[in-house]
Design a binder for this molecule. Structure first.
Ligand code: PHE
Length: 529
């Protein structure tokens, strides 16, 4: 193409305004489109000017292309008539739709004619049937007319004209008009360009530099370089951007629900906990099955967190409530072993975080609080389509004077309504650290059944009083998994498609935004808090 460009520039310099793109393409032996492409690039560097020259040319229609191959309909009709002639009906059966046009054209050319000699069969009919015969004739529109050849041989001029059109030969105006009338060809507009010298015209175009390099600057060669213009209309590359995992989207929405209800987020980033904060401070007995290695991941290194790190008086009160009770409780009896409380583990619930926060709240001097967290927990469980060994817990708690089970029910109804779960039922349950405890069920209209959606309760005095929370201060709390609502919202039925090594990255990239069934009304329809 560089050679063609040089030739084109030379031609323009010799006869400015007289170089025509199509003529030049033909003389250079290249496609017109290629010359137009070259011209456009020369235009952007102001090398040339271009003036449009409109043209019209004939192109064949689909019908025209067919006759180019098979001959015009009249020629096909002529070829289809044997020496003894054929009836119109026979011709139609043989040639189909084009028989009619072909016949009328062939007759006009006097290539064929209707046989005037009386046909044998009708002539022998008795005269009495003559009328009936005529009637039939009318009905069949001359189907039985016999057509015979009149010319000995023909020249298919139409086919020749079609050839002339495709090979770009000039046609007589009358012929072109006739082809258009028969819809064998149509006029098509096209453009060529008359090229002249532009403001920066030269016989040779230096390649414009696309980048300013360090080398050009240090050697000073940038001074006599031509630089490529920026194309501000170019579409940029699609940015490689990240996508939020559905769990993170749902977490963001639930976080909003909590903050709208006046809850503050707890720092939940420590996955490793000591048994003390995960179990003992919650009044969970040391021989509880959940503390077995079958249910809990214990750490090998570091295996323990020394109890000295925790204020001794608090540890002493926890020991005492386990061993001998207090606050209306008899305790578990037997020795409370420090070694058991020092064992490190991957936290089995975010209630460990709540416990630390409540202790800190008591130590600072009690003030009412609403706290939540949404973060990861670990359980040594067999993985199946609904269980993972690590998952996320949503946890909320309210700490205030005189809170009751009624407050808990109201709070749960408000919270779950904002997640889109309106119909709730509560079932008495057991947790070592809450009394009373309630499992939360929600009615799924889709599945037509009650589903367990969470667990809740009022923290026991055996947990709260050793922390130093004053008499009369209660804590209502609840917990649920983040995975369950996410799977329902995103229609995922195998938890391993949501979390873990099998997750498809395209699922993460393409999943829609999260919408919870938010409704502003409060439980009971009274509206407003
Ligand atoms: N910690 C409980 C669980 O892991 C949930 C819960 C939190 C229950 C708070 C009661 C109160 O299932």
């Amino acid at each position: 193409m560089e050679e063609i460009e040089a030739r084109l520039l030379r031609a323009i310099s010799e006869t400015p305004q007289a170089v025509e793109s199509d003529a030049f393409a033909k003389s250079a032996g290249v496609e017109h489109g290629a010359v137009v492409g070259l011209m456009k690039s020369l235009l952007t560097s102001d090398f040339v000017t271009a003036e449009e020259v409109p043209h019209s040319r004939l192109v064949l229609t689909a019908e025209g292309r067919e006759y180019l191959d098979k001959g015009s309909p009249e020629a096909q009709v002529f070829a289809a008539i044997p020496a003894e002639g054929a009836t119109k009906g026979e011709l139609k059966r043989k040639l189909g739709a084009l028989a009619d046009v072909g016949l009328s054209q062939a007759m006009r050319q006097r290539w064929v004619a209707v046989d005037k000699a009386p046909a044998k069969a009708p002539a022998s009919e008795p005269a009495a049937h003559g009328n009936a015969g005529k009637k039939d004739k009318k009905k069949d529109k001359g189907e039985n007319d016999r057509i015979i050849r009149e010319a000995d041989g023909i020249v298919d001029e139409v086919q020749q004209q079609l050839h002339a059109v495709v090979s770009g030969q000039a046609l007589d105006a009358g012929v072109a008009e006739a082809l258009r009338k028969r819809k064998l060809a149509v006029a098509e507009a096209w453009k060529t360009y008359r090229l002249g010298c532009g403001p920066k015209f030269a016989l040779e175009r230096r390649r414009a530099a696309a980048d300013l390099t360090a080398d050009m600057i240090s050697k000073g060669t940038w001074r006599d370089k031509e630089f490529k213009q920026y194309n501000f209309d170019a579409l940029g590359r699609p940015p490689a951007c990240g996508a939020l995992h559905p769990l993170l989207k749902v977490r963001a929405q639930i976080r909003k629900v909590f903050t709208n209800m006046g809850f503050q987020e707890m720092p939940s980033n420590a996955f490793v906990e000591s048994s003390f904060w995960n179990f003992d401070a919650l009044f969970q007995p040391q021989q509880h099955p959940a503390r077995d290695a079958h249910d809990t991941f214990f750490l090998a290194r570091p295996a323990t967190t020394p109890l000295e790190r925790i204020p001794a008086d608090y540890v002493a009160r926890v020991r005492s409530v386990h061993e001998s009770g207090g606050f209306g409780s008899t305790g578990y009896g037997g020795p409370w072993r420090e070694a058991e409380a020092e064992k490190n583990l991957l936290r089995t619930h975010t209630t460990a975080v709540s416990t630390r926060m409540l202790y800190a709240l008591a130590a600072r001097g009690f003030r009412p609080a609403r706290l939540f967290s949404i973060d990861r927990v670990f359980r040594n469980e067999a993985v199946d389509r609904t269980h993972l060994a690590e998952f996320h817990q949503i946890e909320g708690l309210m700490c205030d004077e005189g809170l009751t089970l009624g407050n808990l029910v109201w709070t749960l109804q408000t919270f779950f309504k904002r997640l889109g779960l309106e119909k709730l039922r509560f079932k008495p349950a057991y947790n070592p650290y809450t009394e009373p405890s309630m499992e939360i069920f929600s009615y799924s209209e889709e599945l037509g059944k009650w589903m367990e959606v969470g667990n809740s309760g009022m923290f026991r005095p055996e947990m709260l009083r050793p922390m130093g929370l004053p008499e009369g201060v209660n804590v209502i709390a609840w917990g649920l998994s983040l995975e369950r609502p996410t799977m329902i919202l995103y229609g995922i039925d195998n938890i391993r498609d949501l979390f873990g090594h099998r997750v498809s990255l395209s699922m993460v990239k393409r999943n829609p935004i999260c919408r919870l069934g938010y409704s502003s009304g409060e439980p009971g329809g009274s509206g407003g808090e």
